[in-house]
Design a protein around this ligand. Structure first.
Ligand code: ATP
Ligand code: MG
Length: 453
């Protein structure tokens, strides 16, 4: 496995856990805030009740104008099992007339309100204080009741743990579910991997996509598609090897027979004749082998090595035609070249286009009798044309498709070929997105074979 590949399980977990954890912390923060607010609301109400019942108890002594607080009031203030409760009664100047001396001062905002809450410290403990204004026979007092925070933090903590614990549990459960869920979904993939690795290299049948998750199906299709293409390439190669073996065996046997004959012969003229025959056979075999190699090179499946570059078709064709002049002259054939002045450019592979034209000229020169005419022409009408026209025997209409087949030669043309030339021409034309065509010559005599791109 390449070093960069990451575990799907880990990735999914990170993607799931990260948002869950963020949500969890957001929720926890909110819970903290809300828990505090809730417990304050609940206990503040009790604190108000406490302060108002205290205010109800306040009275003046019957004889003097002295403020008295009955014993029952003290009782109310002592009766809490969790928190310390303090109280103070202040006059309008803010002096403490009764109660806890260390009571923090009255908040400024009480001036406009009947009651208000504040916080502070008494004996170094944090307290929540209710400040209540109370009027007794035209005199105004402020009653302060302070309470430590034990009950409040207990309630808030209880609330938080009640909510947070189940959430943590959900996260742990989600992690486990994802962990095992992914493991389970990966089982078919492991099975697939095992099946593929145990396969013979010759087995290119499609891989079964059964039970494979839908997300992985495109990969299976791609693999099967590749398998199908590979199997086609293998078929083509096997066919080629079989053809080549078959085509080479016969001439090789012929060569051997000719050599045996030459060795057995005592008459030097006959031996010389045999050796000359051998030479001709060897030439034919060389041509066959070259044609076979050209065909292999131009198989549709060999397109990997195909490099298209812009080229001037006219220039290329004129150069190749020049190379054929000596061969044509041997048969007193008049070989000509026609092309417009403007270059005809084509995206193509020069070496392959040369193979194509060589085969066309070879056919024309070979099958046209002595003193014939061969013309190579390049022109453009909508598409680029590369044509070779001769005034030879022509190819009968019913043979014009067949001659493109491999190893197919028209009988009776005299010159023995390997029957591969036009097959090669067609492959190369197709590789360039074009086609190969056979027509009669312009006057109905001879042949014109062209590549149209
Ligand atoms: N210009 C032509 N004039 C007449 N017949 C032709 C011409 N070109 C091709 N043919 C016929 O078509 C057949 C197939 O040609 P092709 O080039 O495929 O094979 P080949 O010439 O026999 O062998 P190779 O080119 O592989 O040596 C030839 O045998 C020949 O009979
Ligand atoms: Mg040929």
């Amino acid at each position: 496995m390449p070093a960069k590949s990451q575990s799907l399980r880990r990735k999914l977990l990170v993607w799931l856990l990260l948002p869950l954890l963020i949500l969890f912390f957001l929720r926890a923060g909110y819970n903290y805030y809300y828990g505090n607010a809730l417990s304050n609301r609940v206990y503040d109400r009790m604190l108000i009740t406490l302060a108002s019942s205290l205010s109800q108890q306040l009275a003046y002594a019957a004889t003097s104008h002295e403020l008295i607080l009955p014993r029952a009031a003290y009782q109310i203030l002592m009766s809490d099992e969790y928190d310390e409760i303090y109280f103070a009664i202040r006059d309008t100047q803010g002096h403490i007339i009764e109660g806890e001396n260390r009571m923090p001062p009255v908040p400024a905002n009480l001036a406009e309100q009947q009651q208000s809450f504040s916080t502070g410290r008494i004996y170094d403990r944090e307290v929540r204080i209710i400040n209540l204004r109370h009027t007794l026979e035209h005199d105004t007092y402020v009653i302060q009741v302070a309470e430590t925070l034990t009950k409040r933090s207990l309630l808030s903590r209880e609330f938080q743990s009640g909510v947070i614990l189940p959430q943590m549990l959900i996260i742990v459960l989600a992690t486990l579910i994802v962990w095992f869920g992914i493991g389970k979904s990966l089982v078919p993939l492991k099975r697939l991997q095992k099946a593929v690795s145990e396969r013979s290299h010759l087995d290119l049948s499609p891989v079964s996509g059964e039970e494979i998750p839908a997300e992985v199906q495109p990969l299976i299709h791609a693999i099967n598609d590749l398998m199908a293409r590979l199997s086609k390439v293998l078929d083509v190669q096997n066919r080629f090897i079989a053809d080549a073996a078959h085509q080479l065996r016969t001439p090789l046997a012929g060569l051997k027979a000719q050599i045996d004959l030459a060795l057995r012969e005592h008459d030097p003229t006959i031996t010389l004749q045999a050796i000359q025959n051998l030479r001709a056979s060897t030439d034919r075999m060389t041509r066959l082998v070259n044609q076979l190699l050209a065909l292999a090179r131009n198989e549709p499946m060999a397109e990997r090595a195909f490099r298209k570059l812009p080229l001037d078709l006219g220039l290329l064709a004129s150069q190749i035609t020049m190379e054929w002049v000596p061969r044509a002259l041997e048969k007193y054939i008049d070989i000509g070249f026609e092309a417009p002045n403007t270059p005809i450019t084509l995206q193509g592979d020069a070496a392959r286009l040369k193979d194509l034209l060589d085969n066309l000229i070879d056919n024309a020169v070979r099958y046209t009798p002595h003193h014939g005419q061969v013309t190579v022409s390049v022109f453009n009408n909508d598409r680029a044309h590369l044509a070779v026209t001769d005034n030879g025997p022509g190819i009968p209409l019913d043979q014009r498709e067949r001659v493109f087949e491999r190893f197919y030669s028209v009988l009776g043309h005299g010159a023995e070929g390997s029957g591969l030339g036009l097959a090669i021409v067609r492959e190369i034309a197709r590789m360039h997105g074009g086609e190969a065509r056979i027509e009669s010559g312009p006057t109905g005599i001879g042949t014109r074979v062209s590549g149209v791109f």
